[in-house]
Design a protein around this ligand. Structure first.
Ligand code: FAD
Length: 483
């Protein structure tokens, strides 16, 4: 581990410093604030991002937003679209009866989403400081000292880091495949008639599935152009990069001009070997990167934040059972491995080589079978996730869908980020855990089992009707009861 020599005492103490105010960092900050953890978010950029990339929130992330009372706000700014058609862009509608009250995709510009999540974190009391890049860190038994690019030093008990900086400082390996291709993406005006554009797009897309040109109205188009090979340039591409590449691929630069924003992304696929080194943790794109096929990266990061938030809060407040914090890596690392793998598979299916095209045709036919289509959609939307909590019914370790209860909607009862005992027997109690776990008794609840204990992230931690068994599981997930 990197050990810089810091000389003077650091200036502040926080419970958690989060490096990076992207969606993962902002979501985690909000989750920690639900538990009164003192959080500081450091963001290297002085201003929010200016690009307007529309991202898709899949079912599980939409459910999480509903779980914290954020969905209404997001729906005002996003567009609901059908949930299907995302696996390798194979155009199949979602099967009937997906197990969710929110079986759709929510398309929303990422800067809007980032802003809403940041606003939510700040409303809950998180501090966000922009223009502060984490440059160095060291940790000891008590906490972590973070050095900013301008030399300022800050102290906290834990640090959660995004992007490569923290991972590199920790010496955590990031195995996987380097980028082999690069894609230019931007928004600009196109100087040829629409009919010409439509014909050109149809012609190119026959042989190049990575090319795209989509109208945003008023003559503005989102232009996506693949580049052969990769550059190691970090700065955004120029309009000339687009015109050159368009001429190569389309034989014409389509008269593009007046760019609104220009960006580039690669197809590197990598996963951090470890999500935790002592008091420093990784989440979101700092822990895993992959190409955007299926639109899963942001969803994965936000879900990391939900998994980690309450566990880190428990650790800080001293009630975390032993190894609770380590379940973060145990549960989330395999999920990321799975996403990376399905992304690799999708990229193969998007190739225009004859072999992968034949496999694509076969899979397209197979997706006519409801079970195949359902399997792939549940995977992309992350509602298939089942953490390994040991032997038990199939529901154990899975998230519970939103249901109606006498007291209101289930997800509405999870806004405060606490555990929840859903009790149809009306004779169980959460006893000494009532400061961490709510008890909702409803004999009419539409469940096929007597009682369910939910973790703050909505996953089923226990199923049964025996008080002693429940107490054992409350102890397992929520530590010692209060006196
Ligand atoms: C073309 C494209 C389309 C995509 N579409 C989708 C989609 O539809 N659905 C989906 O789920 N995902 C999508 N993604 C992926 C998604 O954008 C990312 O996975 C997501 O932004 C990751 O969020 P994050 O908070 O983990 O990281 P980031 O969004 O990268 O945020 C990290 C933050 O940390 C800051 N930072 C970096 N270094 C430091 C430092 N040293 N100190 C302080 N701050 C620092 C950065 O400025 C940044 O604000 C897409 C990606 C691309 C390229």
């Amino acid at each position: 581990m990197h050990s810089p020599q810091f000389s003077a005492e650091p200036s502040f103490v926080f419970d958690v410093i989060i490096a990076g105010c992207g969606p993962t960092g902002a979501m985690l900050a909000a989750e920690l604030r639900l538990h009164d953890v003192r959080v500081l978010v450091l963001e290297k950029e002085t201003e929010p991002a200016s690009y307007v990339r529309v991202v898709g929130l899949h079912i599980r992330s939409i459910e999480l937003m509903a779980t914290r009372g954020l969905l209404e706000r997001l729906l005002e700014h996003g567009r609901q679209r059908p949930a299907g058609g995302f696996f390798a862009a194979i155009a199949k509608p979602a099967p009937e009866g997906l197990d969710s009250a929110h079986a759709y995709l929510l398309g929303i510009p990422q800067p809007v989403l980032d802003h809403l999540l940041e606003e939510h974190a700040i409303e809950l009391g998180a501090q966000v400081r922009r223009g502060c890049a984490v440059a160095d860190l060291e940790q000891d038994d008590e906490g972590v000292t973070v050095e900013l690019a301008d030399g300022e030093r800050l102290r906290s008990r834990y640090l959660v880091g995004w992007r490569s900086t923290v991972r590199k400082l920790l010496g955590v390996g990031f195995p996987g495949e380097p980028a082999r291709t690069e894609t230019l993406m931007g928004e600009m005006e196109v100087g040829v008639p629409q009919e010409e554009i439509i014909a050109k797009v149809a012609e190119i897309c026959r042989t190049n599935k990575r090319f795209d040109l989509r109208s945003f109205g008023h003559g503005v188009y989102r232009v996506v152009v693949p580049v052969a090979g990769v550059s190691d340039r970090e700065e955004p591409p120029t309009l000339e990069d687009f015109t050159r590449q368009l001429r190569i691929i389309a034989g014409t630069d389509l008269g593009v001009h007046s760019p609104r924003w220009l960006s580039r992304f690669g197809d590197a696929t990598r996963l951090a070997e470890r999500y935790r080194v002592g008091r420093v943790l990784l989440a979101g794109d700092a822990a895993h990167i992959h190409p955007p096929a299926g639109g899963q990266g942001l969803n994965l990061g936000v879900q990391d934040a939900f998994n980690l938030g309450w566990k880190l809060a428990a650790q800080i407040h001293g009630w975390a059972p032993e190894a609770l914090l380590d379940t973060y890596q145990v549960e989330r690392h395999p999920v990321a491995e799975e996403v990376l793998d399905n992304t690799r598979a999708q990229l193969e299916l998007l190739s225009t080589e004859p072999g992968p095209q034949a496999v694509r045709r076969l899979l397209t036919e197979l997706m006519d079978f409801d079970e195949v289509n359902r399997y792939l959609i549940e995977k992309i939307t992350a509602i298939d996730i089942r953490y390994d909590f040991g032997e038990g019914p199939d529901l154990l370790g899975r998230r519970l869908r939103d249901i109606d209860l006498k007291q209101g909607r289930l997800y509405g009862l999870l806004h405060r980020g606490r555990g929840l005992l859903l009790d149809r027997t009306e004779r169980l109690t959460v006893g000494g855990w009532s400061d961490r776990v709510d008890h909702v008794a409803d004999p009419t609840a539409g469940l096929a089992v007597p009682c369910i204990l939910l973790r703050p992230d909505g996953h089923v931690a226990w199923i049964g009707d025996d008080q002693q068994d429940l107490d054992d599981h409350l102890f397992r997930w929520f530590g010692r009861p209060a006196d």
